[in-house]
Every structure is written in structure tokens, then in C-alpha cells.
Design a protein around this ligand. Sequence first.
Ligand code: IMP
Ligand code: MG
Length: 173
Amino acid sequence: MERILLSQEQLDEIVADLAGEIAADFAGAAPLQLLGLLKGCQPFLADLSRALSRYSLPLAVDYLKARSYVGTASSGRVEITALTAVADLALGDVVVIDDIFDTGLTLKQVVSHLKEQGAGRVKTCVLLRKEGCSRVAIEPDYVGAVIPNEFVVGYGLDYNEQYRELPFIKVLE
Ligand code: IMP
Ligand code: MG
């Protein structure tokens, strides 16, 4: 029996709500730069950016590649392996987009990395936040949903590169 944690309909609602929150906070600001963490951010960022288009907020989209998980456990080390041509970080606000906040090490490292690169204001947005696992002092600014401490896949989240294509989120059995 599959344990679906968030259906496609629930994800649509979560993403629409997050877009509303972000749009309200950045209304009238300089172009907002969404910086997705590959590969897990993909479906989420695609849907979130389309949901944001309703608010006529000038947007730019870029990506970083971050990797910390091997199998179902955090390696405790975060590799930031590729930086695409990120638009001028010092201009405007950056919102880092990730699929899930677990130990928090990835977001913490990425935010420090961006600050070192001269970024001005950096906010963070995750689709999911696992309950009770944080090992860092930072909290994501925008959280779609809080989930129990279980390993989940789908909607961009993988187990050794599998299941990213699922349109819903389920617990890996
Ligand atoms: P953190 O650095 O421990 O916060 O973990 C963040 C990264 O670990 C996420 O970007 C995911 O790629 C991966 N991750 C954490 N929990 C899960 C999970 O339940 N399923 C799939 N990937 C996960
Ligand atoms: Mg990931």
C-alpha cells in the first residue's frame, strides 16, 4: 500500500499559498531572483514561478547545484557543485528554493555561499520541512508544509535518483 503524504491537489494548494505569501512580501521590490537548488527543486520551482506570474512581479530564475544526501541519510557534508550564470546577486532580493529542509545544512551552506558572493538580501523557501531534525540555527522563511520525520519521494524528491517524476509525495517504504 502506497502512503501518499501530499496529493497533487494538496501540492497545488500549498504552492499557490506560498506564491501569495512571497508576492505580498516582495510587491514593488526590484526583480526577485528565484534561485533553485538542483535537482530536487525542479517541479516545485516550475509550479511556484507559474503561480507567481499571477502577481506580475518581475522574476528571474537561476540554479545552484547542492548535494548532501547519499541514499536515505544526510552525509553531513554539502557540495555546492555548479553555479550557473547567476544574475547580479547584489541587486534585488534572492529567494533560495529547495524541496525539503531536513538537517538544514544545505540551506545554511548555500546562504553563506551566496553572502560570500556578495548577495544582498537572501530569503529561503522550502516545500517541506521535516519535523525535529534541524541541526542548524536557521529556519526557512517560507515553508509549504511540515511533515513527520520520514523519508519521502516524488515531486522532485528522489531516492538514489528515482521517483522524482511522481506528481505527488509519498513515503518511501
Ligand atoms: P538538509 O541539508 O539535511 O536540510 O537536506 C536537504 C536535502 O536533503 C534536500 O535538498 C534533499 O535533497 C535531501 N533530502 C532530505 N530529506 C529527504 C527526503 O525525505 N527525501 C528525499 N530527499 C531528502
Ligand atoms: Mg536535493
